[in-house]
Design a protein around this ligand. Structure first.
Ligand SMILES: Cc1cc2nc3c(=O)[nH]c(=O)nc-3n(C[C@H](O)[C@H](O)[C@H](O)COP(=O)(O)O)c2cc1C
Length: 332
């Protein structure tokens, strides 16, 4: 069994419902992502053969190493799901114990497991039993609410059950995405457990990733919204980590990124999902760049990849032929 890279120089792509599909994961890997996690997959849906679940599990030889994230609240079903996935060649798994979305929580899954640590342990144990020690991670939030921060207790128990690593998003479930991720809890978890700890939470830039690593002592970082704003975050992070020059972030670089995503969607995705991803993801790549509002609006409403790439090519042309002063006025 090969070990998963959990190390400072091995940035992970987070599970991202609706985003971390095969084409997006492949693009992130091309920029240096070391391990990618699928979006959360319902263990029950998988076991019952629900339509749609297979699409979430699409993968290919280059999509490696891959962690499949499951959500569920029934140990037996989670165990069965792992056995099925193992038969399909999946080697690594993750249990979602952090999703605060009502649809998930009301089934007792996701962050609801933080209110029932016995069930959390039983779910993790069933997955470890089916998958093997060290091959299952658990992704936690701090706890359900401020009054019950259970991550340290939960991690100690999970460690004794043969879980391989913990990912911590240091917010409570009731917080959702509000406030700031409290990285000090990453430091505390790292000191309290012998398990490798991955950090997730407010890692919007490569600099955030490195700062989190240095200030908390975690074993590795996981990019989520930072990767949605540009999979090149992996290359920037690795450049910063190794002290080499960062790759440029200009219109040409974004053009290359969107064009490659188009290719990967054509080869590995579905046309419907591809167009949806184009409209929601590509405009994010231009975020933070002043005066890029027009191109973002064009991308959000475009009807094909060809149209999107044409808009970006026009911007690139006017960009490369303009004076530095004019570029500043376009770009800010
Ligand atoms: C659109 C979106 C979808 C997400 N889907 C999942 C998911 O399927 N499973 C999961 O454990 N976390 C999910 N998350 C949480 C992220 O993996 C990550 O923990 C969180 O965004 C904090 O990291 P960030 O602040 O760097 O974005 C999702 C987050 C976003 C923004």
């Amino acid at each position: 069994m090969t070990l998963l890279p959990i190390a400072p120089h091995s940035p992970w792509l987070a599970p991202l419902a609706g985003y971390s599909n095969l084409p997006f994961r492949l693009l992130c890997r091309e920029y240096g992502c070391a391990v990618a996690v699928t979006e959360m997959v319902s263990a029950k849906g998988l076991v019952l053969g629900s339509p749609g679940t297979a699409g979430l599990l699409a993968t290919c030889a280059n999509d490696h190493p891959l962690v499949v994230q499951l959500f569920g609240a029934e140990p037996e079903i989670l165990g069965q799901a792992v056995i099925r996935l193992k038969m399909q060649g999946v080697q690594w798994f993750d249990l979602n114990a952090g999703c605060p979305v009502p649809k998930v929580v009301k089934t007792g899954a996701g962050a609801a497991l933080l209110r029932d640590l016995g069930r959390l342990a039983a779910c993790a144990e069933a997955m470890v039993h089916a998958a093997g020690r060290g091959t299952v991670g658990v992704k936690l939030r701090l706890g359900w609410s401020e009054e019950a921060l259970v991550y340290a207790t939960a991690s100690a128990h999970l460690e004794s059950l043969g879980v391989g690593w913990i990912t911590l998003h240091p917010r409570t479930a009731t917080q959702g995405f509000s406030g700031q991720a409290r990285w000090e809890h990453l430091t505390q978890l790292k000191q309290a457990t012998a398990l490798p700890v991955l950090a997730s939470g407010d890692l919007f830039t490569a600099e955030d990733g490195l700062r989190c690593l240095e200030t908390t002592g975690v074993d590795g970082v996981m990019f989520a919204r930072g990767a949605m704003a540009g999979p090149d975050i992996f290359a920037r992070y690795l450049a910063l980590f190794h002290g080499t020059p960062a790759p440029p972030r200009d219109v040409a670089a974004i053009h290359t990124m969107v064009a490659r995503l188009a290719e990967l969607h054509t080869r590995w995705g579905s046309p419907r999902q591809g167009l949806l991803q184009l409209r929601t993801l590509a405009p994010r790549f231009f975020r933070g760049l002043d005066h890029a509002r027009a191109i973002r609006a064009q991308l959000m409403t475009c009807r094909s990849w060809e149209e999107a790439l044409m808009h970006i090519a026009h911007l690139e042309e006017s960009w490369s032929s303009s004076s530095p002063a004019a570029r500043a006025s376009v770009w800010g």
